[in-house]
Design a protein. Structure first.
Length: 259
């Protein structure tokens, strides 16, 4: 599967119903494990740094079981979270209620390509790990631009298609496919090419401000020896704020402002 310059898939599209079903099934695992994962903690730290100085109303797209909401409210935001998974939203609502954040945070099932609501309503938009489940990024970017006020901030985290991990893993499975050994991933994704995503943002009325990379993992080490992979990832964490990090990190994080 390859991505074109415009963010669409060359091959078969992604099935939105399959994505919802996958995350409905994974919701409890996310509740129990997500916040303890080092890769998530790194993303969270970088995202919060990129949101420094922003304030007001924030829209969290693909909020899952509200893993970011407490930190966002603590930063002074009023948060609206949406997710395609009903199970994720139910877990998230329970967490928000237990944390006493209901006055500053609301969650709902929603579709990133049809957000509804008023133009320019939000001061910031966050999307962590969502775009890769869309066959075409453009409708989501159009909606993000619409609901952001002029000068508003968007922060996106998306798998980096050309990172060493994703490139080598894709080459390995491609070779196996030539031998008739088909891979059986639970869910197909549409990772980004960094400069193509930057161009898409520019075309949709944004100006890119900052770029980061994180999750320095390598194939097959990460799949075969996760403990060793985690140790290496921690060692390479200082690369996150360097240009090399945007190449080597399996996750690309970008901050842009609506022009």
């Amino acid at each position: 599967m390859g991505s074109r310059d415009d963010g669409r898939l060359d091959a078969k599209g992604l099935d939105s119903s399959a994505v919802r079903a996958y995350f409905d099934d994974a919701a409890l695992e996310y509740v129990r494990e997500r916040e303890r994962q080092y890769s998530f903690l790194c993303q969270k730290q970088l995202v919060l740094e990129m949101l420094e100085g922003a304030h007001g109303r924030l829209l969290d797209l693909g909020c899952g079981p509200a893993v970011m909401e407490e930190a966002l409210v603590a930063r002074g935001f009023s948060v609206r979270g949406i997710d395609a998974s009903e199970a994720m939203i139910q877990h998230g609502k329970a967490r928000i209620a237990a944390s006493g954040l209901a006055e500053r945070c609301s969650l709902a099932v929603g579709d990133v390509t049809r957000l509804g609501g008023a133009d320019g309503f939000y001061d910031a938009v966050l999307s962590m790990g969502l775009l890769e489940y869309l066959p075409d990024y453009r409708p989501a970017l159009h909606e993000i631009h619409r609901v952001l006020r002029p000068g508003g901030i968007v922060v996106l985290t998306v798998p980096n298609r050309l990172s060493p991990y994703h490139a080598s893993r894709r080459a390995y499975h491609g070779a196996r496919g030539l031998l008739g050994r088909r891979r059986h991933d639970a869910l197909t994704v549409n990772p980004c090419v960094r400069w193509q995503l930057d161009r898409l943002l520019e075309r949709h009325g944004f100006r890119t401000l900052e770029r980061r990379g994180c999750n320095f993992i390598f194939f097959p080490l990460h799949d075969k020896l996760p403990a060793a992979s985690d140790a290496l990832n921690r060692t390479l964490w200082p690369l996150a704020r360097t240009p090399l990090g945007c190449f080597a990190g399996a996750q690309y994080i970008v901050k842009a402002r609506k022009r």
